[in-house]
Ligand binder design. Structure first.
Ligand code: SF4
Ligand code: SF4
Length: 178
């Protein structure tokens, strides 16, 4: 008898759920006709941003490729005559990327950033390998102010060590010796 009541109760619960949903507002979104605006911090397609002065932010330090858990970032570093480092080539295999955001967290120059653009599906998996020219954009992304070389304590044509914005003069480590 108890089994019979349990069965009736389960059926009643199921039907009541169905009945409740009959009167709820539909939440189906007709994609791609309707595209929801995602929060700015959503993690999807990756870009390489520029400094406010238009220069490339990436200094090819390899931190993003080192931290990437699926090893989908590769590059080759180079140095300009003025001492600025840059990536001779830079490649991301989006066929492997899991959009974890660790590369963005690790980047000291704010160069690599994830964007809310999730429409990056391709039939040909090899076309998911993006080169630097596919990644580099003409804006600063989420960080409109930052310029690594103005804070990094690196001598550049704009000033020596400790002469940029927010930098202190270099410490003479021998002054700490007894
Ligand atoms: S989002 Fe994660 S998986 Fe994708 S490139 Fe960055 S670190 Fe690698
Ligand atoms: S994107 Fe950032 S972390 Fe990656 S190599 Fe360039 S500067 Fe370094």
């Amino acid at each position: 008898m108890a089994d019979l009541f349990d069965g009736i109760k389960a059926i009643g619960t199921g039907f009541s759920t169905t009945f409740r949903h009959l009167f709820r507002r539909p939440i189906t979104e007709e994609y791609p006709e309707y595209k929801r605006v995602l929060p700015e911090r959503s993690r999807a397609r990756i870009i390489l941003t520029r400094n406010p002065d238009g220069g490339e932010r990436c200094v090819a330090c390899y931190l993003c490729s080192a931290v990437c858990p699926v090893s989908c970032i590769s590059m080759q570093s180079a140095e300009r005559p003025d001492g600025h480092r840059y990536a001779r080539w830079f490649r991301i295999n989006f066929g492997r990327c899991i959009y974890c955001g660790l590369c963005e967290e690790a980047c000291p120059t704010s160069a690599i950033q994830l964007t809310p653009d999730f429409e990056n599906c391709r039939q040909d998996i090899l076309s998911l390998v993006f080169e630097k020219e596919d990644l580099l954009v003409d804006h600063c992304g989420k960080d409109p102010e930052y310029n690594f070389y103005r804070h990094a304590g690196v001598a550049t044509p704009d000033g020596g060590k400790g002469e940029h914005i927010g930098e202190d003069a270099p410490v003479n480590i021998k002054s700490n010796l007894p």
